[in-house]
Design a protein. Structure first.
Length: 192
């Protein structure tokens, strides 16, 4: 795989994490250190999942591809619904922003990285250096997620509730898109 192809793959694997980070940043308005920690969580998970997929692809081709879209959809839908619920809840306008819990952060990171596991399965069949690709995906995700958290934090000061609802809808849309792509709905057929 060429360096350009690895860069494009890394960016494409990071876009859903970026969108989720903007929504989380709007809801929780993290400081730079908190945004970097969130970026590390997303980046590490996004780097690990293609390696897991690659390993599964080496052992049992097709296993992850049959269920990855349902796992991603379920995780993203639950986290997105929670964000929408929180965005619609009446709160004290003068209250400080909520602290983000680690488990919703991890669930969001896992949900946005399931597609990287499926990519890892495919990479197992073309003989690439999975370690370089995983590091590239993880680093790109770290950077984009950290920046997304801070963009969300800046937007959240003025538009926090609306941004949280939009972020929740975006997560559900991402999960639905993953499900539609993997089940063949977008291509006109049904494959899963």
């Amino acid at each position: 795989m060429t360096p350009g192809a690895i860069a494009i793959l890394s960016l494409s694997m990071s876009t859903d994490a970026f969108a989720a980070a903007v929504g989380r940043g709007a809801a929780h308005r993290p400081t730079w250190p908190a945004a970097v920690r969130a970026g590390l969580v997303f980046g590490v998970i996004e780097a690990i999942t293609p390696i897991i997929g690659w390993g599964l692809g080496m052992i049992a081709a097709g296993l992850v591809e049959r269920i990855d879209h349902w796992i991603a959809f379920g995780l993203l839908a639950v986290v997105g619904a929670k964000m929408i619920h929180e965005g619609l809840k009446k709160t004290d306008e003068d209250a400080p922003p909520r602290r983000a819990g680690v488990w919703p952060l991890i669930a969001t990171a896992v949900g946005t990285s399931i597609d990287a596991a499926a990519v890892g399965v495919g990479l197992a069949f073309i003989g690439v250096n999975i370690w370089i690709i995983a590091l590239s995906i993880g680093f790109t995700t770290f950077v984009l997620t950290t920046v997304g958290m801070r963009i969300g934090a800046a937007v959240g000061v003025r538009f926090g509730k609306a941004a949280e609802i939009i972020g929740g809808l975006a997560l559900i849309a991402i999960g639905s898109l993953i499900l539609a792509e993997h089940t063949g709905v977008l291509s006109g057929g049904v494959t899963a």
